[in-house]
Write a new protein. Structure first.
Length: 143
């Protein structure tokens, strides 16, 4: 099995900047792997809120994380900001696979990248529902 190569910035359509925190560092002197998943979650959900799709308190549907993965290419550290890029890789009937890359400022290739899958469900029943047409239109803007 060959190792996936890091993608460059052009693979991503929407961006967020996050500050690394002292508490993000692990005993080995770099940002702990669990923090990358927090950035994935925050980047996707903040874009959904900003785009008018997700209303965290009252909206319907809501996205539940069904799958996530991350491949690491290089260390990140404190006190450096990170650029987190997202793009929609696939839109299904009730799910969306987001492609996410984490970059050092000014770097052309990702220090880490992965996927994040939301299954969209009814807020009350928590059963999958079809992604609304208006959502699909907006999601395609970053595909």
């Amino acid at each position: 099995m060959s190792r996936e190569e890091p993608l460059d910035r052009a693979a991503y359509k929407a961006w967020r900047v996050f500050a690394t925190r002292w508490a993000d560092m692990d005993a080995y002197g770099h940002v702990n792997n669990t923090v990358h998943y927090q950035w994935f979650d925050s980047a996707v959900n903040s874009w959904l809120v900003e785009s008018g799709l997700l209303d965290v308190e009252l909206g319907n549907p809501i996205g539940l994380v069904a799958e996530t993965r991350c491949i690491f290419f290089g260390p990140l550290g404190f006190p450096e900001p990170v650029d987190v890029g997202i793009a929609v890789a696939h839109i299904g009937t009730s799910s969306v696979r987001y492609q996410i890359g984490i970059f050092e400022p000014g770097a052309d290739q990702a220090s880490a990248q992965g996927d994040f899958v939301h299954v969209y469900v009814d807020r009350e029943t928590r059963r999958p529902i079809a992604i609304p047409d208006g959502w699909r239109t907006t999601l395609k803007t970053i595909a």
